[in-house]
Design a binder for this molecule. Structure first.
Ligand SMILES: [Zn+2]
Length: 281
């Protein structure tokens, strides 16, 4: 694929990007790692543990000191390079929490990086100083329960919460649609000038884009509720109707997102599950 793998792209003063070579139906061209700062750096979403990608990151860092390696969440396309990069640079791994395996049952599936172990976890609103300016963690659960965005110099590094190429996959049990929409609402209350997502182009009209994403989820919810009110339906049938012409590689993820909507509707007392089928409550 013709994409700038292992090349350091300077997006604006103090913000560089390196694309990792892990293209897929879920990652677009791959994971985009950001290098922030001029003298004291931070690295956001180091990505998959690929030697070629780590070499390119080292080139972007160019011997300067790295204050923090930050992950937005712990999917395998985001965090596995954190520890190897920490070993190469002497930096600490700071940011999102490891995924907690709660009593309700295992929340993690194969897409999770079970080896992620941060030196320090940041809570919502916590601040680190990077190159003399505040970098702030913005808790944005939904895509995963541990997802953080990071705000710095008016830019928001949005991870997989808001992406520049596709809507975000929200798959239960760790993915939560109500939390996801609430986290979109949270961004509406902010005034970031640009989003730099982990996948896809920068978002240069954040407010308008987030409004559009919320509208899209509301539309989808309405559509699912209407279908279930017509007659009892299994998830596969809802996916078939709601996503005509869907890439077969994305059917499972779409089923996850439909389930996330149904669980949210169930919590609000609007639908119920009966065996394989979902019915109106
Ligand atoms: Zn990702």
């Amino acid at each position: 694929m013709d994409a700038p793998y292992a090349i350091v792209e300077q997006l604006e003063p103090g913000i560089a990007r390196v694309l990792a070579h892990n293209p897929s139906a879920f990652t677009f061209y791959g994971t985009q790692t950001y290098v922030l700062g001029d003298r004291e750096l931070a690295v956001i979403d180091p990505g998959p543990d690929l030697p070629e990608h780590l070499d390119a990151l080292e080139q972007a860092i160019a011997g300067r000191s790295v204050m923090a390696i930050l992950c937005t969440h712990t999917h395998r396309d985001h965090s596995p390079a954190a520890r190897p990069l920490a070993e190469r640079t002497g930096a600490s791994v700071i940011g999102c929490a490891p995924l907690s395996l709660e009593a309700v049952g295992p929340r993690a599936d194969a897409s999770f990086d079970g080896d992620y172990l941060p030196d320090r976890v940041l809570g919502d609103g916590e601040v680190l100083e990077i190159d003399g300016e505040a970098l702030q963690a913005v808790a944005t659960p939904g895509h995963t329960s541990n997802h953080l965005c990071y705000a710095w110099r008016g830019a928001l590094f949005s991870g997989d919460h808001v992406m520049g190429w596709s809507t975000t996959v929200v798959v239960p049990p760790d993915g939560d649609m109500a939390a996801y929409i609430q986290s979109l609402e949270k961004l509406r209350g902010r005034h970031d000038r640009i989003y730099y997502p982990a996948h896809g182009d920068p978002v240069t009209n954040p407010q308008q884009y987030v409004r559009h994403l919320i509208g899209h989820r509301m539309q989808r919810e309405k559509q699912i509720l209407k279908m279930v009110r017509e007659k009892p339906r299994p998830i596969a049938e809802i996916v078939g109707n709601a996503y005509p012409g869907l890439d077969p590689r994305l059917v499972t993820a779409a089923g996850g997102s439909v389930l996330a909507h149904l669980l949210d509707l169930q919590r609000r007392g609007l639908v119920e599950s009966r065996g394989e089928e979902w019915i109106a409550a």
